[in-house]
Write a protein that binds this ligand. Structure first.
Ligand code: ASP
Length: 330
């Protein structure tokens, strides 16, 4: 009897193992068999959200399932990153983030995740230029006038951002350090709501990505002080670069990557990578992005290895800069 029981137990265990293995192989082979959630770490209506929604549709078509965009906002994108780091690594939770992924370890004293250890990489996505803007009725009309105005008014001048570690904050910090002035920073949960307040005149300045700003610039609904790229943008040929106006080396571009939680099976990552490449090659996606001068990275960068390399080198680049500046978030 005992032997029979033991036998039954081992057969049961064997069966359980085989069916588990079969189940997981089947699950991977069958992936995805339900909707995939794409987590965006900033507000709906902002630049990261816009890129996510643009790629979600063609990615979903390639995967044969809907890709649902979900905004998990706050703390400069780190709340969303924490959520994804702890999610099931089954490919049903994917994550888009910009260079904030690389600055967070140095900026946050207690970060509940490690960007270099807790994620798998799908690929780089886009590089987005930025532009320094003012509210429409803000007195300075160009960078020279802005410099004089902030010298006279200092911390009375307000500058919006999307929280610690966001590119809008980094761009603002770089501007303040180059101008050797401390302005009053106003954090939002994304530059979507920050731009709304800039348009409404509630905040003076915002360094934002071009994603949603080009049309407001063209229709003079904001003051424009310069783009953060080395060369002028084809979408905004009349807007000078900050560099050509004297801020040598002032260059900020928001690079983006697509991630999954650590432990996502390679076969699932390969499907997600293919879906991302397909989405970025989609002519409509490309032309929509080009309207805002957003560059799709070359396909050689839309790979896990390239994103890993980019993240590692950016963590090493920003860590010492942030620590030296003593810029910490809570
Ligand atoms: N990407 C923006 C930033 O970091 C935030 C956003 O997408 O809303 O400033």
């Amino acid at each position: 009897m005992k032997l029979r029981n033991r036998l039954l137990m081992s057969i049961g265990a064997l069966f359980a193992t085989t069916s588990f293995l079969a189940g997981s192989c089947y699950a991977q082979g069958n992936y995805p068999n339900k909707a995939v959630t794409l987590v965006v770490p900033f507000s709906a209506g902002g630049p990261t959200d816009a890129v996510a929604r643009l790629i979600a549709v063609p990615m979903g078509k390639e995967l044969g399932q809907t890709v649902i965009v979900e905004n998990t906002v706050g703390a400069g994108g780190t709340i969303a990153a924490t959520r994804v780091a702890r999610a099931n690594p089954d490919g049903y939770t994917i994550f888009i983030n910009h260079m904030g992924m690389a600055t967070a370890p140095a900026l946050y004293k207690k970060l509940p995740y490690d960007p270099l250890k807790d994620f798998e990489y799908i690929g780089q996505v886009v590089d987005v230029p930025m532009v320094l803007l003012g509210r429409k009725n803000f007195p300075p009309n160009n960078l020279k006038e802005l410099e004089a105005y902030i010298k006279a008014n200092k911390e009375k001048v307000t500058i919006a951002n999307a929280g610690p570690g966001s590119v809008s904050q980094l761009c603002g910090l770089l501007f303040m350090s180059r101008e050797e002035v401390e302005l009053t920073s106003v954090p939002y949960k994304g530059t979507g709501p920050a731009l709304t307040d800039l348009l409404g005149g509630q905040v003076d300045l915002l360094c934002d990505q071009t994603t949603q700003t080009v049309s407001y610039i063209k229709s003079n609904m904001v003051k424009t002080y310069g783009v953060t790229t080395a060369k002028r943008l084809s979408a905004l040929p009349n807007v000078p670069t900050l560099q050509e106006q004297g801020l040598k080396g002032f260059e900020v571009k928001a690079w983006h990557g697509l991630y999954t939680p650590k432990g996502t099976p390679p076969a699932v990552l390969a499907k997600l990578n293919k879906a991302l490449q397909t989405a970025l090659n989609n002519p409509e996606v490309k032309s929509r992005l080009a309207e805002s001068n957003i560059e799709v990275v070359p396909m050689s960068k839309v790979t896990p290895a390239s994103l890993k390399e980019q993240l590692e080198s950016e963590v090493n680049k920003w860590g010492p800069i942030i620590r030296k500046a003593g810029a910490y978030a809570d």
